[in-house]
Ligand binder design. Structure first.
Ligand code: UD1
Length: 427
């Protein structure tokens, strides 16, 4: 099994290209199921989760082809997804258990085919993460849903019907599933308390290009007039704001300066706001975002994770790694997931002083981190170990690299190009 070995203490200087957003790419790929005409997606990142979604779509009969070079201005991959002849409506356990986002095929399959069987995703490392809100909303739209043998068996033989769905809590995946389902439903669907994450705006833009009628994009109320048929479309995936934030922390934690090429400042306002208060500098340039921490010490700052436009839960672990070396204390409160502090014991092993009380963690900074063998149980926790390793004295060995490969493309290559001493090794 691969491991990542880091010898810390190097300040990072250089340029990193930010790829397309994983969390936008996954629902966008699922959206191909809504049409019998091809969907061309560019700026797709090269990640394990994208491969899992490709395998799932292929099982469903989608023809997925990689289309050579990206159009000018985009570095990512270009895929054509053609769901002309979908042959199956089953998303099997073997694929869904690898990646929860597989459940995003439910809405599109059900609304176009009138039937879907999708494995229940089950628990995951960061909490129970049920899909009850997706299912309740689909039932409101007229679906008949049974849970049996570990599967969601959903039927809507005469199609889904528009209605007023109000989510009792903000759910990104739930909003995406219902938004896609509503495009081909009869009549109007109004989604209230919709998630406003930029990835949802990106999905909505692509759906509009495919022929959907959507109002309120970017707000918490989405109004969808169902159409009979969706068409062909071309869409470029927006840049990954979590990859952007992660490398901004890499610049900050090593006291360096990195140009994040292709990054968009407007997608990470909350992160920039918090990191600026910590003492990180940002400059928006024509080619991307320049991040530096060249003067003075970092300062401990409190934060709470929130749905967009608040501080993203997907940046919490990285921020915590940064706070371990800042001056003073920081209180970090996780409000989205109930069990998202698994990085804490591993950071302890590297010398961090962190005390978890319920949903909050108190980080006492000013610690000299030291390298250690560590292991993490999810994607963002793993990358927080990488960041701590970059700042630590000595060698850090990160196990279970497959978590990193789910969400960070060529991580070690990008960091070593900026002067990090990091390599992938075989255990
Ligand atoms: C998405 C992101 C993930 C991010 C999360 C929150 C993708 C592929 N993944 O995950 O990286 O961390 O948003 O920003 O985009 N919930 C329920 N019932 C439901 C649905 C959700 O109780 O039916 C709860 C979840 O357990 C969680 C909270 O709602 O506590 C938010 O989850 P949700 O926004 O749905 O996250 P995902 O779409 O799974």
């Amino acid at each position: 099994m691969d491991q990542i070995k880091i010898r810390g203490g190097k300040s990072l200087h250089g340029t990193i290209h930010i790829g397309g957003a994983k969390n936008a790419a996954l629902p966008l790929m699922a959206a191909c199921l809504l049409s019998d005409q091809p969907l061309n997606l560019s700026n797709l990142p090269h990640l394990a989760d994208i491969a899992t979604m490709t395998n799932l779509l292929t099982e469903l009969g989608v023809n997925v082809s990689m289309n050579g070079a990206a159009p000018a201005g985009y570095a990512g991959r270009v895929f054509t997804l053609d769901a002309k002849k979908t042959t199956d409506i089953i998303a099997p356990y073997e694929l869904v258990r690898k990646m929860r986002a597989s459940v995003l095929v439910l809405g599109p399959l059900l609304t176009r085919q009138g039937r879907a069987r999708v494995s229940l995703p089950g628990g995951c490392a960061i909490g129970t993460r049920p899909v009850d809100l997706h299912l309740k909303a689909l039932e409101q739209m007229g679906a008949v849903i049974e849970l049996k043998e570990g599967y969601i068996d959903a039927k809507a033989e005469n199609g889904l019907k528009g209605c007023h769905v109000i989510f009792p809590m903000v759910t990104v995946g739930g909003t995406e599933n219902i938004l896609m389902a509503a495009t081909l439903a009869q009549g109007e669907t109004v989604i209230g308390n919709a998630a406003r994450e930029p990835e949802i705006g990106d999905l909505a833009k692509c759906l509009v290009a495919m022929g959907a009628k959507i109002e309120g994009i970017g707000t918490d109320t989405l109004k969808v007039q169902g159409v009979k048929k969706m068409n062909q479309a071309d869409h470029a995936v927006l840049p990954d704001r979590i990859e952007t934030g992660t490398y901004a922390v890499a610049a900050a934690i090593t006291g360096g300066e990195i140009l994040l090429k292709g990054a968009r400042l407007d997608l990470i306002d909350a992160v920039v706001d918090v990191l600026s208060r910590v003492g990180v500098e940002f400059e928006d340039t024509d080619t991307g975002l320049r991040v530096s921490r060249t003067n003075g010490n970092l300062k401990g700052v409190d934060l709470m994770t929130e749905p967009y436009p608040g501080f993203p839960t997907d940046m919490q672990a990285q921020f915590m790694a940064l706070m371990t070396v800042a001056d003073g204390a920081s209180m970090i409160t996780e409000t989205i997931f109930e069990n998202r502090f698994m990085h804490v014991p591993e950071l302890h092993r590297m010398g961090a002083d962190i005390n978890v009380q319920g949903r909050s963690a108190i980080v006492r900074g000013n610690q000299k981190l030291s390298g250690a063998p560590v292991m993490a149980t999810d994607l963002r926790a793993s990358v927080s170990m990488v960041l701590a390793g970059l700042a630590a004295e000595g060698e850090t060995l990160i196990n279970r690299v497959y978590h990193l490969d789910r969400g960070y493309e060529r991580l070690e290559e990008k960091l070593s190009a900026c002067g990090a001493d990091i390599e992938r090794v075989q255990a």
